[in-house]
Write a protein that binds this ligand. Structure first.
Ligand code: FAD
Length: 414
């Protein structure tokens, strides 16, 4: 098969689907066959190194960053073909990817807002899965109200050559704390929102900085989650340094960049996930058939309702896709609605799986922390309606931006 990155003629969707399916079938073999279905919500700790090797294998064959423009190492695929890729990926039971934050969030943000030097420095290593990223937005006093960020950064003189070899004699010195930072313990870099203009208020005076994790000034402390594992962390910055030119957008104008990134987080990057959801629901139905739980009319009803919800999400994805393809300026809060719908559906599915399992779902395996996939998934789905913007925040956005209702009063600035 030709290297996908070198093709000049676009393929039809059907031919593209066949190509993806064949490639995955051929390549999820040997050692990689063992990591089919591994990782994912509640199981991010599973086989991390093997999954990273798999991601690098994908990269070597042109299957990472497929939506990025070709000039930045992507394949410039249409939204429709990106969805096809995700569908086939889920159908093949391929392992959960390790660099979602770099590929789906930071990469598109750098393409939209970064300098040429930043693009050249970072995009190839994201594409090749050589550098992993984490997201330094939330703080103990700034979650939903992100504009309350209090982590600070200031330009200081270094008098030394910087990490990237530039002769810039200035660097950002970062002080503060982030929290709930997913995968910070594995990441090489963190994109950090910090206040760079002393005395500035809320959205003003913030900057979007790229900070290396491997330095004395960065302390990562894992937070033990309900699952007993630690997908996220506290991150403390104490005079942590990064090069002066590693600010995305203008210093003090980071809010625009930060919001641009959230658009990528709630948009295309979630579009393929409903196929994974379909497989999860099929698993719950199988469980119900095996243990007879479907005979309970309430369970029967909930399974049917879950199927209806799945079809609604699928129809919504296709509609959004069609709209995006014909007119990218339409904004009726589709990303916010999609987040609300999938988060609620998935959280309910986690609870449904537990009810299908019945008493067995309440019992751990051979030790209190040895949970099975359904138990882990149930616990992790409790977070679906929180991360990426909570349900309440999505509703606020819809009320204010789409319905035009008066803005809610904001708390006093800290
Ligand atoms: C699994 C997981 C992974 C995460 N990963 C990351 C990460 O990698 N990087 C990162 O920066 N952050 C991450 N987060 C943090 C996440 O973005 C925040 O948890 C989220 O923004 C909510 O902020 P908070 O936890 O501070 O809650 P708060 O903002 O304190 O909210 C508490 C409750 O009040 C409600 N609420 C708050 N304000 C309003 C309002 N104005 N109107 C109505 N209701 C309101 C909220 O909906 C919520 O129910 C992660 C969170 C989870 C659960």
């Amino acid at each position: 098969m030709a290297d996908p990155g070198t093709e000049s003629e676009p393929k039809t969707d059907a031919a593209f689907r066949a190509e993806v399916r064949e490639w995955l079938a051929d390549n999820l073999s040997g050692d990689f066959a063992e990591i089919r279905g591994v990782g994912g919500p509640g199981s991010e700790h599973e086989a991390f190194e093997a999954r990273r090797a798999w991601d690098r294998h994908l990269a070597a064959h042109g299957w990472t960053c497929i939506g990025w423009p070709r000039e930045y190492g992507g394949r410039g695929l249409s939204l429709a073909q990106q969805v096809i890729f995700h569908e086939e990926y889920a159908r093949a039971d391929a392992p959960a990817r390790v660099n979602h934050l770099g590929e789906e969030l930071l990469g598109p943000t750098l393409i939209a807002f970064g300098t040429d030097a930043q693009k050249q420095r970072f995009l190839p290593k994201i594409r090749a899965v050589e550098e992993l990223w984490c997201q330094g937005y939330s703080e103990p006093g700034a979650g939903s109200d992100l504009a309350a960020v209090s982590t600070k950064a200031r330009l200081v003189s270094t008098g030394t050559t910087t990490r990237s070899g530039s002769t810039d004699k200035q660097a950002w010195a970062v002080d503060g704390q982030k929290v709930w930072t997913s995968l910070a313990h594995l990441a090489d870099w963190c994109f950090v929102i910090a206040r760079t203009e002393p005395g500035s208020q809320r959205h003003q005076g913030l900057s979007f900085l790229l900070v290396p994790m491997d330095q004395d000034g960065v302390d990562v402390r894992p937070i033990e989650q309900l699952t007993g594992t630690s997908e996220f962390n506290e991150v403390f910055f104490s005079d942590a340094r990064t090069d002066a030119d590693l600010v995305v957008g203008e210093p003090g104008q980071g809010w625009r960049v930060a919001m641009g990134l959230l658009g990528f987080e709630r948009g295309v990057s979630t579009i393929g996930q409903q196929v994974g959801f379909a497989r999860e629901l099929a698993g719950v139905v199988e469980l119900a058939k095996e243990n007879g739980a479907f005979a309970d009319p309430v369970i029967f009803d909930r399974l049917a309702a879950a199927q209806v919800g799945l079809e609604v999400m699928r129809a919504n994805v296709l509609r959004t896709l069609a709209e995006n393809l014909s007119d990218r300026t339409i904004d009726r809060g589709q990303d916010n609605i999609a987040k609300l719908v999938w988060a609620g559906w998935h959280k309910n599915l986690g609870a449904l799986a537990m009810d299908v399992l019945g008493a067995a779902g309440l019992v751990a395996q051979d030790s209190p922390r040895h949970l099975d996939t359904w138990q882990r998934r149930y616990l992790f789905t409790r977070a679906d309606t929180i991360y990426g913007g909570s349900d309440e925040i999505q509703r606020n956005i819809l009320a204010e931006r789409v319905l035009g209702l008066p803005r809610e009063p904001k708390g006093a600035s800290k």
